[in-house]
Design a protein around this ligand. Sequence first.
Ligand SMILES: Cc1cc2nc3c(=O)[nH]c(=O)nc-3n(C[C@H](O)[C@H](O)[C@H](O)COP(=O)(O)O)c2cc1C
Length: 194
Amino acid sequence: MSDIKELITKNRSVRRFKEYESISIGKLKQLIDLARLSPSAANKQPLKYIISNGAERNVKIFKHLAWAGYLTDWKGPAEGERPAAYIIICRDKSIAKESINCDHGIAAQSILLGAVESGYNGCIIASIKRDDLRNDLGIPEEFDILLIIALGVAGEQVQIEPVDEEHGIKYWRDETSIHHVPKRSLDEVIYELK
Ligand SMILES: Cc1cc2nc3c(=O)[nH]c(=O)nc-3n(C[C@H](O)[C@H](O)[C@H](O)COP(=O)(O)O)c2cc1C
């Protein structure tokens, strides 16, 4: 497997971590540096990043996130398996007045690939109680909260599966707690023009 394919394959969304294996501020800044170097529409670079790797701030962030919508009988990671760190990706409204298209998605993927290369995993979270999070952390109004990247050392195994009749595109967990994530086949996603 090529290095890039291996990295992308390992970059599965992980939602259970070894919470007490911390990530240093220096490492989190290195990951943000990868986002900083990533493509940006009109090269405006409107994203701002807020770092959290300490218990107090982590708790404030965690309670405003929703996890794994398809796992309806799972309430999210328990104490001890929560993320060790977070990066909150915001739009600086003074740079980009209107909502932005996909800069934050590209930035998120750069952060995650860097994390995987360094032995961590993560999960992009868009289900955020944004107003509550803003109040709890004192995030200024000029920052629009876009995404949160949860990060840590993986505490669960995630396996790619083909999309099948039984599960469709919905990820699931088996009796041994392995998380399975279906991916459509290459043939299905490439459209051949007639
Ligand atoms: C834009 C975006 C938003 C997401 N939001 C959430 C979320 O709020 N909560 C969550 O548990 N996972 C979230 N995810 C993770 C997806 O569920 C995950 O990417 C999908 O299940 C496929 O798994 P994989 O990342 O391992 O390929 C999000 C992913 C993306 C790209």
